[in-house]
Design a protein around this ligand. Structure first.
Ligand code: SIN
Ligand code: MN
Length: 269
């Protein structure tokens, strides 16, 4: 999948590029059934929330030897439609995944993600430059009602803002404070709702401000996130590094797969 000059210019200007129906129904069915299998695993790489301890985040799904390893998600991560896309917008072919995750924003219970730039956390992982992007693949339709993401276009050009540590949800992380967001939003275009059918995808820059609301609907909203870094920009040593499932030290460049559909695969024993 070759991006043209105007798509690359749009990415550089807005900080994201959207692709409707990039994956077909059969591929999405395979990935959905993988998420159902993975959600039953008991592992530290699964973050849960609420009284029912509903899974919120399944991490490290792209590796071959992690507790939550999935061959189908590995194929997704090496596809020309994900890795190939990331290579083009980062203008670098030697990429690895800083992490992969499925955010399972469950019907009714699934909670918000406050405004943040991903690089707020990733710089503290020891990564020097914002040469990172995420490819998000919608496994369900995303709507404002079920907690789709919102992007503030062009905010990746602000570079990294000073973060504060947000403890309002089951996943504690570095986010933007209210005063910063009021100021930034007064000066930028309105946020864009990232809605689409299952199988749609969006690639976005690690300094783009984004957030999502609570899932008020009776249907789940599952999204896969593949966060690519350049091997040249791999993290430096830090004190008390976060766990391997969020801060990968597997810096072997990913090998680009053939441009073929995600196929059903046998789950690891
Ligand atoms: C994220 O920004 O990492 C997750 C947002 C979401 O799943 O809504
Ligand atoms: Mn994020």
């Amino acid at each position: 999948m070759q991006l043209n000059k105007s798509q690359l210019e749009d990415f550089d200007h807005d900080g994201f590029l959207f692709f409707a129906n990039l994956f077909d129904n059969k591929e999405i069915e395979i990935l959905l059934s993988e998420v159902e299998r993975l959600a039953k695993i008991n592992a530290n790489s699964i973050v849960r929330e609420g009284d029912e301890q509903t899974p919120k985040i399944l991490l490290q799904v792209h590796e071959t030897d992690s507790a939550t390893a999935s061959e189908a998600f590995r194929q997704l991560a090496c596809s020309p439609r994900t890795l190939g896309l990331a290579r083009q917008v980062l203008r670098d072919d030697a990429l690895y995944l800083h992490h992969s995750k499925i955010n399972m924003k469950a019907a009714i219970e699934g909670s918000t993600w406050p405004w943040h730039q991903d690089f707020m956390s990733w710089k503290l992982d020891g990564i020097a430059r914002p040469d990172m992007v995420t490819v998000l693949v919608m496994l369900h339709e995303a709507t404002p009602m079920n907690g789709c993401l919102y992007f503030v276009p062009g905010t990746h050009r602000l570079n990294r803002l000073d973060p504060h540590y947000d403890t309002s949800t089951a996943y504690r992380f570095w986010a933007a404070d209210t005063a910063t967001m009021r100021e930034v939003m007064a000066k930028h275009a309105d946020p864009v709702a990232i809605t689409g059918h299952a199988g749609s995808a969006v690639v976005f820059h690690c300094n783009l401000l984004h957030a999502s609301g609570h899932n008020l609907s009776p249907v789940d909203r599952w999204h896969a996130f593949l966060s690519f870094n350049t091997v040249a920009n791999r993290p430096q040593k830090v004190d008390n590094p976060r766990p391997e499932y969020v801060r990968s030290t597997n810096w072997t460049p990913l090998i680009l797969g053939a441009d073929q559909p995600i196929v059903e695969s046998v789950a690891p024993a």
